[in-house]
Design a protein around this ligand. Structure first.
Ligand code: ZN
Length: 254
């Protein structure tokens, strides 16, 4: 069994609560689909912990924007401010921070992996066609150009992704199905192809402020929704001087 975490966004309270729940589930490994930083107030702690617990970590668009300004093209004002704040906080002039920058710089946004003795799966941050930054929004129909393009570029039957912060799945030929509630389950049909969004640990956007992550055992995907101290995470964003809307959205999950 694999636990997929994604879009942690420097939210230490959420990551800690997710890891506590993951410890109870006892997966064989933890895979992070990127966006370790951005938006939240604890980049250093979240980077260190993610690096320590995960077998695989992908690069997200916010991680890429931290490394290189050119990847911040298209970011809105508050996302840009958070990246600038993170860059100052993880001061690259200080030798103690060099290993963090080296590690972030070693990450890639797309990878394939085999689950135990089972099938290969494709892992991306955003989409199979543009692994770093293309949005596969939940309101896209099955014929949407980006959905069709994703299935065309998917290297395996199953693709796991993050980026939109909306948990759920596309099965080829059908509209997105949202994974709502704790313990929402997708029983995989062995004859069909899927794009599976694991949700966001650090900044859920589907109207539910509880953190989200997903468990995959080869036959089914199960989404966990876990309450955490989002008020404290929100307060820390304000104390750090980050845009207040970033604090407010954690309270409502938008
Ligand atoms: Zn994200």
């Amino acid at each position: 069994m694999i636990a997929f975490i994604s879009d942690l966004h420097s939210n230490l309270e959420a990551l800690d609560a997710a890891l506590q729940d993951i410890a109870v589930q006892k997966p064989d490994s933890i895979v992070c689909l990127g966006d370790i930083v951005g938006y939240g107030a604890n980049p250093r702690e979240v980077i260190l912990k993610t690096r320590e617990v995960s077998q695989i970590v992908l690069l997200g668009n916010h991680d890429a924007a931290l490394l290189d300004d050119r990847d911040a093209a298209g970011f809105n004002e508050r996302a840009l401010r958070a990246i600038d704040w993170t860059r100052v906080t993880l001061d690259a002039e200080r030798e103690e921070n060099w290993p963090l920058w080296d590690w972030l710089g070693s990450l890639v946004p797309s990878m394939e992996m085999r689950l135990g003795a089972g099938e290969m799966v494709h892992l991306v941050h955003a989409s199979p066609r543009h692994p770093l930054a293309e949005y596969l929004m939940p309101n896209f129909g099955p014929d949407h150009e980006r959905v069709a393009g994703s299935f065309a570029c998917a290297r395996q039957r199953l693709t796991f992704y993050g980026h939109t912060h909306h948990p759920g799945w596309f099965v080829e030929g059908e509209a997105f199905q949202r994974a709502v509630d704790n313990d929402a389950v997708l029983q995989l049909d062995p004859g069909r192809r899927y794009l599976i969004n694991v949700g966001s640990v650090g900044q859920p956007r589907d109207g539910d402020p509880r953190l989200c992550y997903a468990l995959f055992d080869g036959a089914r995907v199960l989404w966990r929704r876990i309450p955490y101290d989002h008020q404290s995470a929100s307060r820390r964003i304000l104390e750090a001087g980050l845009p207040s809307s970033l604090a407010e959205r954690l309270l409502v999950g938008r």
